[in-house]
Design a protein around this ligand. Structure first.
Ligand code: ADP
Length: 298
């Protein structure tokens, strides 16, 4: 199930929370949706799940418009909102049955049992939601998002406020749940993105500032690809005059250019000149650094 966001704008009063954003997630892809607080992530997710109407633009799930066919979209989508709005006075099982009934599921009882096992709520299933810790409430939230086996999962900061053990558990659950589903989730934790996502969208002040594969974001900086190149002995750097070059203190050379073919071109010069190459590797930036660069000044 693919997700297409096209020229989406949301204006609250005078504030432009989303300013003409477009991106898409292919079927089966896990997209990490990143951005500083107030960037517009929750707003996008609320529009995608039919809870908020856009001012202009569209979101479609496999061609189904979320504004025109909200019920159809709700059946296809599992949503974990940022402030997981659970009924605190309800028992875990009771709540999940209630959600299952709202989706008019057949064999609700069986489905509830299945979800309880899937998210690891066996020991808590007879408790009131209000008595559960944040980690267990998130599990209940995930169970309600998954109970109707949706093709699309939209998770707004599913690991926010969890302790390190809970984090690992919930991440594992998301990974497991995301098999065979198209997933968009927001987070502030870059490590999570590396573990779970193949695609990243970064939003800043209502505009998309990055939309790429994790690997490309880490290796392409300002449109340039860089290689760290090491030779057995010092070489004449002018051989690489067509590229941006830098000699580093550790005796290696950085060679960069705006071309996907850079490695081939470096290797051609190395081969033609019989340079004593020892090592060549792509230079990578951490996702934290990429994020900071792209969202500077916020
Ligand atoms: P994020 O999820 O990235 O933190 P949000 O989508 O929640 O960002 O918010 C984007 C901007 O829109 C923020 O400046 C926020 O204050 C504003 N905003 C969000 N919801 C409303 C609302 N219901 N009314 C007015 N402004 C809102």
């Amino acid at each position: 199930m693919s997700i297409e966001v096209q020229n989406l704008t949301k204006i609250y009063g005078v504030q432009r929370a989303l300013d003409d954003i477009s991106f898409s997630s292919a079927k089966g892809e896990v997209t990490g949706f990143l951005g500083p607080n107030g960037a517009g992530k929750s707003t996008t997710m609320k529009i995608a799940t039919g809870f908020v109407r856009p001012s202009s633009g569209t979101i479609t799930l496999e061609g189904v418009d979320v504004v025109k066919e909200p019920l159809k979209v709700k059946r296809m989508t599992g949503y974990l909102p940022e402030h997981n709005p659970l009924y605190l006075d309800m028992y875990v099982k009771e709540y999940l049955r209630f959600v299952g009934a709202a989706y008019k599921l057949k064999k609700v009882k069986h489905k509830v049992e299945e979800m309880i096992t899937l998210v690891g709520l066996e020991r808590e299933q007879r408790k009131k939601i209000g008595t559960l810790s944040k980690g267990y409430r998130q599990r209940v939230g995930l169970a309600q998002a998954l109970i109707h086996d949706p093709e699309v999962l939209i998770l707004d900061e599913p690991t926010g406020g969890l302790d390190p053990n809970q984090l690992v558990e919930i991440r594992k659950l998301i990974k497991q749940a995301s098999e065979n589903k198209t997933v968009i989730f927001s987070t502030h934790v870059m490590q999570e993105v590396e573990v779970l996502c193949n695609h990243i969208v970064i939003i800043n002040k209502g505009k998309i500032v990055a939309n790429d594969k994790v690997e490309n974001l880490k290796t392409v900086q300002s449109g340039k690809l860089s290689y760290k190149v090491e030779f057995e002995e010092e070489i004449d750097i002018r051989l690489f005059k067509d590229f941006e070059t830098e000699y580093r203190e550790d005796g290696t050379y950085m060679i960069a250019a705006e071309t996907r073919d850079l490695r081939k071109q470096i290797m051609k010069i190395v081969g033609d000149r019989e340079l004593p190459l020892v090592n060549i590797s792509k230079e990578e930036q951490s996702l934290e650094r990429v994020f900071q660069e792209l969202t500077k000044g916020t």
